[in-house]
Design a protein around this ligand. Structure first.
Ligand code: WT7
Length: 567
C-alpha cells in the first residue's frame, strides 16, 4: 500500500493540505467540482481516457471519454443558463441512472447552481415535499417520470421549468415543460464556468429526520477536498481501475463516490442501470473487468443467498478491492467474500451529513470482520458517554458515535432549518445518531441507531413520514411505524394501524394501504406488514410509544413503561 501510505503513517503526518496540493488548490482560489471532474482531467492529458461506460437493461451501451463528459456537462450547463437559471438556484435531478443524470449533475455544478438529486422511485408526495422545501426552480426528468411531476405542479409555484430527456415521440408538452436531447444539442466547447468558491453551495441531498419531515443536507464545493482524498486512500481508487459504484446518485453515495471522487481522480467508471440480480451483476463485473467495487450489505447478503456456485461460473479475477457502505456489514458477509472472491469487503461508515467516508477499514490495515474500522486520518471520531457528553475514558462501552466537526465535506446546515442543524451537537461534538463501541485497538463496532429511523436495505426511512402518509388513507385512524427484522434488508418497515369506524381489517385492505404508501412515498417506505390493532400504546400525554412495539418485533426487553397510559 506504499502509494497511499500506511494508516499509522498517514495519521501522524496528516493535513487536508495534502489533498489541496494534489488538486492544485489554495485557500481563496475558485473551486468548482464540475471543472475538477472534467476540464482538469482533460488538461492533465487524459481527454481521451474513458470516464463513463454506461449499460442499461435494454439498448446499446454508451461510452464517454473525459473530453465527452467535459463537453456534455458544458452543453447541459449552457442549456440551463439559456433558460434563465442562475447561480444558487436549485435544480432537481429526478431520473434513473441514465447518463444525463451524471452529466447533468456536473453541468449544474459548473454554472454554480445547486444540484438536488432525488431517487427516481419516489412517489409524488415524497417528490413534492422535497421540491417544495428546496424551492427548486427546475427539474430534469425522464418522460416516464413526468406524470408524477404534473400531478403536483399546481402546488409548486417556484418550479419554472420541467426539462424532459427522451421526450421524442411523446404527447405534446404541457405547461412549463421543455424537451432536451443531449445527443442532438450542439456540443459546447468554450464555456464560462461559474467561479464558485470553497463555501459556495453545491449539492442538496434529502435525508430522513427523526421527528419531522426530511431535511435537506447542504454541501459546498470545498467538499471535493475530502471526497477526492477519501476516494484515493479509503477506497484505494487507482488510475488504472475500472470502478463500479452500485449506488444510485439519488443518494449521497452515488454522488460523493459515484461521481465526484472517481471523476476528480480521473478514474474510469461503469454504471449498470438495472435492478439487482446476482447473475447480471457477476456478468457485469466479468464483462467490464471491474477492479474496484463499492457496494452495500443488502446486495452482498443477496449475493450470498444466491450461492457460491454462481460465483464460480464467472471470471471475477479482475476484482482487486471491495468496499461496502450504508448499513452494518455482518462479519459473515466479510468472511464469505474472502472465501468466494479471495478478498474481504472493506466496511466504510459515513452519512449524508458527513459527505465523505469518516470511519473505515483502511487499505493495508487488518480488517476485523464486523467492525467499521477506524476514523479516516484527519477525522476525529469518538464514542461519547451519553450522560456526560464526553468521550468514555476507556474503550469497551457502547455510546454515541460523535465527530469533531472540522473535515472539509461536513454539511454546512440543513436547508432552511438551522435549528435542526444546531440540535446535532452536544458538548461541542457532532452527534451522528448512531451507537457503537470501541475495542482496545481503536476499531469501531456498530451497535445500532440512537433514534427511531429505520435503515432498510441501506436507505433511511423516517417513521414520522410514513405515519403522516398513512393518515391520508381514508381507513386509517392512527398508526405507529417501526422496523422489524429481515434476513436480507436487515430491517423492513412495519405499520400498526387502528381503523376508523366503518372499516374492517382484512387482506385486501392491508394490500391497498401498502400500495397507497408505495405510490405516495416509495417502494422502500412501503410497510412490508400491516398489523391492525384495537389501540396503540401511548404515554399519558398521548404520545405513541414506538419503543414498545419495536421491542416486541425484535424480541427485546420492553424496558421502562412507567409513563404508559393504560397500565
Ligand atoms: C446512516 C447514514 C453515506 C452512506 C449511505 C447512507 C448507517 C452507514 C454504515 C456502516 C453501519 C452504517 C448509519 C448512518 N450506516 N454506513 N458501515 N455500518 N451503519 O447515508 O442515508 O445518510 O445514512 O446509515 O446509521 O448514520 P445515509
Amino acid at each position: 500500500m506504499s502509494h497511499i501510505g500506511s494508516y499509522d503513517d498517514r495519521l501522524k503526518n496528516f493535513s487536508w493540505n495534502i489533498s489541496e496540493k494534489e488538486l492544485g488548490y489554495k485557500p481563496g482560489d475558485v473551486i468548482n467540482i464540475g471543472w475538477y471532474c472534467t476540464d482538469r482531467i482533460c488538461q492533465m492529458g487524459k481527454a481521451n481516457k474513458p470516464a463513463l461506460i454506461w449499460e442499461g437493461s435494454t439498448g446499446p451501451e454508451k461510452r464517454y471519454t473525459y473530453n465527452d463528459i467535459r463537453l456534455a456537462s458544458n452543453t447541459i450547463g449552457a442549456y440551463l443558463r439559456g433558460l434563465g437559471l442562475q447561480a444558487g438556484d436549485r435544480v432537481c435531478l429526478f431520473m434513473d441512472k441514465i447518463p444525463e443524470l451524471y452529466l447533468g449533475f456536473l453541468g449544474i455544478l459548473k454554472i454554480g447552481e445547486i444540484a438536488q438529486p432525488l431517487f427516481s422511485a419516489f412517489g409524488d408526495e415524497s417528490l413534492f415535499f422535497r421540491l417544495s422545501n428546496a424551492e427548486a426552480s427546475a427539474v430534469i426528468t425522464q418522460k416516464k417520470h413526468v406524470p408524477k411531476v404534473r400531478k403536483i405542479l399546481d402546488k409548486l409555484p417556484h418550479l419554472k421549468h420541467i426539462i424532459i430527456v427522451g421526450h421524442e415521440g411523446a404527447a405534446p408538452l404541457k405547461e412549463r415543460e421543455v424537451a432536451f436531447n443531449l445527443e442532438k444539442a450542439g456540443p459546447v466547447d468554450a464555456f464560462q464556468i461559474h467561479p464558485t468558491m470553497a463555501e459556495s453551495p453545491s449539492v442538496l441531498h434529502y435525508t430522513s429526520g427523526t421527528t419531522g419531515m426530511p431535511k435537506g443536507v447542504k454541501h459546498v464545493h470545498y467538499s471535493l477536498i475530502a471526497q477526492y482524498l477519501t476516494g484515493k486512500w479509503a477506497l484505494d481508487l487507482r488510475d488504472d481501475d475500472i470502478y463500479w459504484c452500485t449506488a444510485d446518485p439519488g443518494w449521497v453515495t452515488g454522488t460523493s463516490y459515484g461521481i465526484i471522487a472517481p471523476f476528480s481522480l480521473g478514474v474510469t467508471q461503469c454504471v449498470l442501470d438495472a435492478g439487482f440480480q446476482a447473475e447480471s451483476w457477476y456478468k457485469f463485473i466479468e464483462k467490464r473487468r471491474v477492479s474496484m467495487w463499492y457496494s452495500a450489505p443488502t446486495a452482498i447478503r443477496s449475493l450470498m443467498k444466491a450461492g457460491d456456485e454462481i460465483v464460480k461460473k464467472h471470471d471475477l479475477s479482475s476484482l482487486r478491492h471491495l468496499a461496502s457502505v450504508g448499513e452494518p456489514l455482518n462479519s459473515e458477509a466479510v468472511v464469505w467474500s474472502q472465501k468466494v472472491f479471495g478478498k474481504p469487503f472493506y466496511d466504510t461508515y459515513w452519512q449524508t451529513e458527513t459527505g465523505c467516508i469518516v470511519i473505515s477499514n483502511y487499505p493495508g490495515m487488518e480488517v476485523r470482520p464486523g467492525s467499521m474500522g477506524k476514523p479516516f486520518p484527519g477525522v476525529t471520531g469518538v464514542v461519547l458517554d451519553p450522560v456526560k457528553n464526553e468521550p468514555y475514558p476507556a474503550p469497551g462501552k457502547i455510546g454515541l458515535v460523535a465527530l469533531k466537526f472540522d473535515w472539509p465535506s461536513r454539511m454546512r446546515t440543513y436547508w432552511n432549518n438551522e435549528e435542526a442543524f444546531q440540535k446535532k451537537f452536544r458538548g461541542g461534538w457532532y452527534i451522528t445518531g448512531d451507537r457503537a463501541r470501541l475495542d482496545n485497538e481503536g476499531y469501531f463496532w456498530f451497535a445500532g441507531r440512537d433514534d427511531d429511523i429505520i435503515n432498510t436495505a441501506g436507505h433511511l426511512v423516517s417513521p414520522f413520514e410514513v405515519e403522516s402518509a398513512l393518515l391520508e388513507h381514508p381507513a386509517v385512524a392512527e398508526s405507529a411505524v417501526v422496523s422489524k427484522p429481515d434476513p436480507i434488508n436487515l430491517e423492513v418497515v412495519k405499520a400498526f394501524v387502528t381503523l376508523k369506524p366503518g372499516f374492517t381489517a382484512g387482506k385486501d385492505l392491508d394490500l391497498e394501504i401498502m400500495n397507497f404508501i408505495r405510490k405516495k412515498l416509495s417502494p422502500l417506505a412501503m410497510p412490508q406488514e400491516i398489523e391492525f390493532v384495537a389501540g396503540l400504546p401511548k404515554t399519558r400525554s398521548g404520545k405513541i410509544m414506538r419503543r414498545i412495539l419495536h421491542a416486541k418485533e425484535w424480541g427485546e426487553e420492553i424496558g421502562d413503561t412507567s409513563t404508559l397510559e393504560n397500565d
